[in-house]
Design a protein around this ligand. Structure first.
Ligand code: ADP
Length: 795
């Protein structure tokens, strides 16, 4: 600083009005502008040698320079600047002279001493970077001033249409280094912000695929490119050998950044949604910019017009963006504060930059770099606005998820309702078919009728099992599949399955083998229907996919000390087998080993999915091994608790002849066909009487009129349904003597919801139609028996 203060910057007017700039030292820390000592003249399109210029010099009028960073505007003309320097000290001085912008096309400097010796230097971005007198991004000439000597300087500027700026700075080595450091710090921060913002939003774009993020990244990148070109880095590092790209980099980067900014604002502000007119204006402006880019690329002769044109389009875009902001606010859009502040900084930076260019405000580091500060702050605030956008997108997504969840819950409810309805509607007629055909079968003597009825029974059961599969599948999906735990006579199930499978095997000329390793326990605690379902599914598959050979069922039972039994059930066949790679997906729903299977063998493709879910509920395992063309082996391991002796006795007493020893049952059922089926079943029970009520109200009346031991209650009935009737009975509306009467729901609704509701209203048990007469008797027996003997531990 001291050096600077002691530095004598004296301008002496000489006789020919040539201002003299006196220099006494080369040890100062801030650059010194010599603009007051310089003057300039426009020589038009002529490119002159020094000789030619000096000859014509007297004919030119030299103008003083307005300020330290004068802007000559967009120009294609050539200018000559002159000034004199006098080394007023007694030692040689090494200084540097900085002039022009880093992207000036050509600058030639001529230094003439008192003896007339001329030293010339040339620089510019039309020449290779290596040929610069000083390898610096700026236009800098090293100059030597001998002790006590004066020099005249002439500088020629050439431009193809871009702006010529006239910083006229003398640097010492110190001031050069310090200025470069300062520049590096500011540029480091500026470019750092651009790189960070660009990279972050590019990553966000890959993460959330929102288009405005990509456009923002392109905008930030093109702005970075524009500044890199303006600052001379593009030339220095990317196109050091000069040439077409170096010459047009600024123009292209400016046009691209205008295009990217316009597109970004258009998409980010969703202009289309609130103003189709503005949307059209944006599109037209973008077409103009694209046309300009095309012209830059292909029509070089008009380059002088491109510089003002790209600036004009840029200014139009700025007005358009302001118009968009105002319109969106007037149409009621929520103000985006960060976006607004970002644009404000951009405009302010630009404004100060232009004021500085026209020398309307004092030149300083801040004003000189105003557009950089403005852009940097703009990018920071636009980034904040983008972060806001992420938050909004997130909350929009959450809202959408919530709506989707609600919809899926609604559709699940509709699905449940539909399934329960379908199951009801299909089960009611099936109930009649199965019940009546069984009843006729037992009474008829005609073998032909008997065998036809067998087919009816068989087909109805298949249909029933298909309906059950669909219901089960829906319950697995909802995770609502539940298991009962009651004493089950395993022997009986196995016997039944053996008969069914043996018959099917006989029909296909297959050999069915049954093997029992160790004696099966008499009873296990489990869900009879589910155990039957697991085994039947696997056995059916074995028969279905085997054309010749054997199907074998082997059961090994191992009692464990903790009153449980391990059952290892192995079902092998010699059928078509399953390809190894398809085994992995075999438990997925609707998978059929081959599409062809569907045509050849039929089936929903749900069986194994349900079997697996059931086995998992029992915490058991299933393992399928298979060789294509050779056969399949399914091994299941299940562990069951064994019932207490008392419970087993309770259950055992229900087997044998069907005799209720004088009990009176009330059947509450509205459907006449179902009434017939129930009557047909109950008539066969010894010492059992019954009455029928058509709905809940009739049931209440009948209960009051006569003694009833047990109620078989349908659920869906007109006037008063089964649930309402049960609630009324439990509330004592049919007399206090009937408040605890055993009630068994007999319904076509096989959903878990129905089961839960049945329990909730206070019914004792539940069974589905089509009514299985053994199951009905067992449940009736249990309900009546449980009133007398405490076997609560089995429920
Ligand atoms: P479905 O039998 O109703 O088609 P499953 O879930 O029971 O559905 O079986 C799925 C598929 O697994 C069958 O379609 C068949 O391709 C294959 N599969 C199952 N068991 C066997 C078997 N024992 N032999 C050959 N393929 C089988």
């Amino acid at each position: 600083m001291n050096n600077l203060v002691t530095l004598v910057c004296l301008i002496v007017a000489t006789s020919n009005l040539q201002a003299q700039f006196l220099v006494e030292t080369d040890n100062f820390h801030k650059p010194i502008s010599i603009y007051e000592a310089a003057s300039i003249t426009n020589v038009g399109s002529e490119i002159l040698s020094l000789q030619q210029f000096l000859e014509k010099k007297a004919t030119y009028t030299f103008e003083p320079i307005a300020g330290p960073n004068t802007n000559l505007g967009f120009t294609k003309d050539n200018y000559w600047l002159k000034f004199s320097l006098t080394n007023n000290s007694n030692r040689d001085l090494s200084l540097f002279f900085e002039t022009g912008r880093p992207i000036t096309d050509i600058i030639e400097l001529y230094q003439i001493d008192a003896s007339g010796t001329i030293v010339s230097q040339i620089t510019g971005d039309l020449l290779p970077f290596d040929s610069k007198p000083l390898a610096h991004r700026k236009m800098i000439f090293p100059i030597e001033l001998k002790a006590d000597s004066s020099y005249e300087f002439y500088v020629q500027y050439q431009s193809d249409g871009e702006v010529i700026n006239l910083p006229l700075n003398l640097h010492s080595a110190n001031s050069m280094i310090l200025t470069s450091y300062k520049d590096q710090l500011a540029f480091g921060i500026f470019y750092g912000i651009l790189v960070l913002a660009g990279a972050i939003y590019l990553f966000f774009y890959f993460g959330i695929k929102e288009k405005s993020f990509l456009l923002y990244f392109i905008y930030v990148s093109s702005i970075a490119l524009l500044h890199l070109s303006l600052d001379g880095y593009f030339f220095q590092y990317l196109t050091p050998s000069a040439g077409w790209l170096s010459r047009n980099a600024v123009l292209l980067a400016a046009a691209f950044s205008a295009l990217a900014f316009g597109r970004y604002v258009q998409v980010f502000m969703k202009v289309k949604n609130f103003s189709p007119l503005l949307e059209k204006v944006y599109n037209s402006l973008h077409i103009c910019i694209l046309a300009l880019i095309g012209a830059i690329l292909f029509i070089h002769s008009a380059i002088e017009f491109y510089y003002p044109l790209v600036n004009l389009l840029g200014v139009l875009l700025l007005f358009l963006i302001i118009g968009t902001l105002v319109t969106s606010l007037r149409r009621g859009a929520a103000p985006d504060l960060f976006f607004g502040i970002g644009l404000f900084f951009f405009f302010s930076g630009f404004f100060i930059f232009i004021l500085n260019n026209f020398s309307l405000i004092p030149n300083s580091f801040i004003t000189e770099n105003a557009s950089k500060f403005g852009t940097g702050l703009e990018i920071i605030f636009l980034s904040l606005s983008m972060a806001n956008r992420i938050r909004i997108l997130k909350s929009e997504k959450e809202q959408m998820q919530e709506i989707a969840l609600q919809r899926s819950q609604e559709s699940n409810e509709i699905k449940s309702f539909f399934l329960s309805n379908i199951s009801h509607e299909l089960r009611t007629p099936l109930n009649a078919v199965i019940g009546l055909s069984k009843s006729i079968q037992e009474t008829t003597q005609d073998p032909k009728v008997k065998s036809d009825l067998e087919i009816i029974q068989y087909s109805s059961l298949e249909l029933l099992s298909a309906i059950n599969d669909i219901l089960d599948y829906s319950n697995i999906e909802k995770k609502e599949l539940k298991l009962e735990e009651r004493p089950v006579k395993v022997e009986k199930i196995i016997q039944e399955l053996r008969t069914i499978t043996a018959n099917k095997a006989k029909d296909k000329n297959l050999n069915f083998i049954y093997e029992e390793i160790n004696q099966l326990p008499a009873y296990i605690l489990g869900d009879k229907a589910r155990i039957r379902q697991i085994l039947l599914n696997i056995l059916n598959n074995a028969i279905k996919f085997t054309q010749k050979g054997d199907v074998k069922l082997s059961i090994q039972s191992d009692l464990s000390p903790r009153n449980t039994v391990d059952l290892t059930i192995t079902i092998t066949d010699t059928g078509v087998g399953i390809e190894q790679e398809k085994l992995d997906r075999i438990y997925e729903s609707f998978i059929q080993e081959q599409i062809d299977d569907k045509r050849k063998f039929g089936g929903f493709g749900l069986g194994l999915c349900i079997v697996k879910a059931l086995i998992e509920l029992y915490q058991g395992t299933i393992n399928i091994t298979s060789t294509k063309g050779k056969g399949t082996k399914v091994v299941m391991q299940l562990n069951f608790k064994l019932p207490e002796k008392k419970a087993a006795q309770a259950t055992s007493s229900i087997s044998g002849t069907y005799d209720l020893q004088g009990k009176h049952i009330l059947i509450v059922e509205d459907n006449p066909v179902n009434q017939v089926v129930m009557k047909a079943i109950l008539r066969k029970w010894q010492n059992t009487t019954f009455d029928i009520a058509n709905n809940g109200i009739e049931a209440l009346e009948k209960l009051q009129a006569a003694h009833v031991d047990l109620i078989l209650m349908d659920l869906q009935m007109p006037e008063m349904d089964g649930y309402e009737a049960t609630v009324a009975i439990r509330n004592g509306e049919a007399g206090s003597k009937n408040q605890q009467i055993p009630i068994i729901a007999v319904t076509a609704d096989a959903t878990d919801k129905a089961k839960e509701k049945v329990k909730a209203v206070g019914m004792d048990d539940y069974m589905t139609k089509p009514v299985d007469k053994d199951e009905l008797y067992s449940k009736v027996q249990q309900c009546l028996y449980l009133q007398e003997v405490d076997v609560s531990n089995i429920l």
